[in-house]
Design a protein around this ligand. Structure first.
Ligand SMILES: NC(=O)c1ccc[n+]([C@@H]2O[C@H](COP(=O)([O-])OP(=O)(O)OC[C@H]3O[C@@H](n4cnc5c(N)ncnc54)[C@H](O)[C@@H]3O)[C@@H](O)[C@H]2O)c1
Length: 389
């Protein structure tokens, strides 16, 4: 594994240090050791709201300093890149302030809680780009090597004209009857439920892998458990769940290909299962996050007698991102997606090129999520998604 610690430093400041904060920290800690980079990420400072807790997190996750106000983090001279790992209600304010202060930004998905916020963030990112600052949204599943390979094969025309994209992303933590009303279950904090949390990922993947935008959707959503215990409330005190638990929707891509999607937090036994299949006139590709080192490929140009899905083990040195890792057959995991995300962002910053997915890409996903909510409110009426010219 090469390392690039002699490269000029790139000071990173991260806001939020729980689930995504830990995952991003691992990405920043490992990226310069796994890959040859033109800049060397330095874990300069992490920000939370509680002094003792954020100091402990800084020690545990490897950050040199701790801040208790994100404005102070942004103002630090040793921070050039602000990495936002907080719930969606704070993404817009932090991202816009950081961009206006001359910092690069990495923002977790979904980009924002509303289209209006996402539009303001995209405008700020476009203005910042002219000053040399870059912004990226964290759709990390694009960086699973098997999915990056799928993208490559599709772009090379290996599955031909696209007919279908079929995706599901399922979890089951919502079935816990003792689950309190955490921020993910409230619209003011999270924007939406399974939709923004899981749906954002698979809408992005469907558009990214196909290279096409969704032009319209037809959707149903449901909140199965309508009340949950109030955190910090008295025993038996309940609060309203204000987001969806699950959504099913169909859509059309620009080429006319048909898509179907399902997301749920109440799919018993499914912990974090993301499955995607794409069918084209010349072949099909299938992926399951529970087997993330594998990609299934059916080449429909072969004689029928030789057809059928074959399993590609995506661990060869010339597969996407594998140049940084182990000999063939020694698989990767979920956490590597965050290292790959950091790698791609560092390269884009050094080259001054737009990293992908951009805030504009995140905004387009937000438009799809909003169209899904509008359609569901009208009993699944087909709802167009505004697409940029
Ligand atoms: N890419 C992925 O696969 C993925 C997975 C999970 C979550 N996410 C996204 O990451 C973001 C965070 O989710 P999470 O699961 O890490 O949540 P979490 O609850 O585990 O952590 C949120 C963190 O934000 C901090 N925080 C909240 N408000 C703050 C503020 N005003 N100032 C400073 N810190 C603040 C909290 O203290 C906590 O450390 C969300 O946008 C979520 O949708 C992405």
């Amino acid at each position: 594994m090469p390392h690039s610690t002699s490269a000029p430093p790139l000071g990173v400041g991260m806001v939020g240090y729980a689930f995504m904060g830990a995952a991003h920290s691992q990405g920043w800690r490992t990226v310069g050791r796994a890959f040859d980079l033109p800049l060397s990420p330095v874990l300069a400072a992490v920000c939370g709201r509680d002094r003792a807790a954020v100091s402990a997190a800084a020690d545990r996750l490897g950050w040199a300093a701790a801040e208790t106000d994100w404005r102070a983090l942004i103002a630090r001279d040793d921070v050039s890149l602000v990495d936002i790992c907080t719930p969606g209600d704070s993404h817009a304010e932090i991202a816009i302030a950081a961009l206006e202060a001359g910092k690069h930004v990495l923002c977790e998905k979904p980009l924002a809680n509303t289209v209006a916020e996402a539009e303001a963030m995209t405008e700020a990112a476009q203005a910042a780009r002219e000053r040399g600052q870059l912004a990226m949204v964290g759709f990390n599943y694009r960086r699973v090597p098997a999915l990056a390979l799928a993208r490559r094969l599709i772009a090379e025309g290996r599955i031909g004209t696209l007919r279908h994209v079929r995706v599901s992303y399922l979890q089951d933590w919502g079935e816990d009857p003792d689950l309190p009303l955490v921020w993910r279950l409230t619209k003011d904090k999270a924007g939406s439920g399974a939709l923004g949390d899981l749906g954002a990922h698979i809408v992005d993947l469907a558009q990214h892998l196909s290279g096409e935008l969704l032009t319209g959707v037809s959707a149903q959503t449901e909140t199965f458990v309508k009340q949950r215990a109030l955190p910090g409330g008295e025993a038996g005190q309940l609060g309203e769940v204000t987001v969806d638990d699950a959504a099913v929707f169909t859509g059309r891509l620009a080429s006319g290909a048909l898509t179907s999607f399902e997301v749920s937090r109440l799919a018993a036994g499914r912990k974090n299962q993301l499955r995607i299949e794409l069918n084209g006139a010349a072949g099909s590709l299938a992926f399951d996050l529970e087997r993330l080192n594998e990609l299934e490929f059916h080449d429909h140009t072969l004689p029928a007698a030789e057809g059928g899905f074959r399993r590609i083990q995506v661990t060869e040195g010339d597969h996407p991102y594998l140049e940084g890792w182990w000999p063939p057959g020694h698989g990767l995991g979920y956490e590597h997606t965050f290292t790959h995300q950091a790698r791609d962002l560092v390269h884009a910053i050094a080259a001054g090129t737009q990293p992908e997915p951009s805030f504009a890409d995140g905004l387009q996903v937000q438009r799809v999520l909003t169209a899904i909510e509008e359609s569901a409110a009208k009993n699944a009426v087909f709802t167009p998604v505004p697409v940029p010219e």
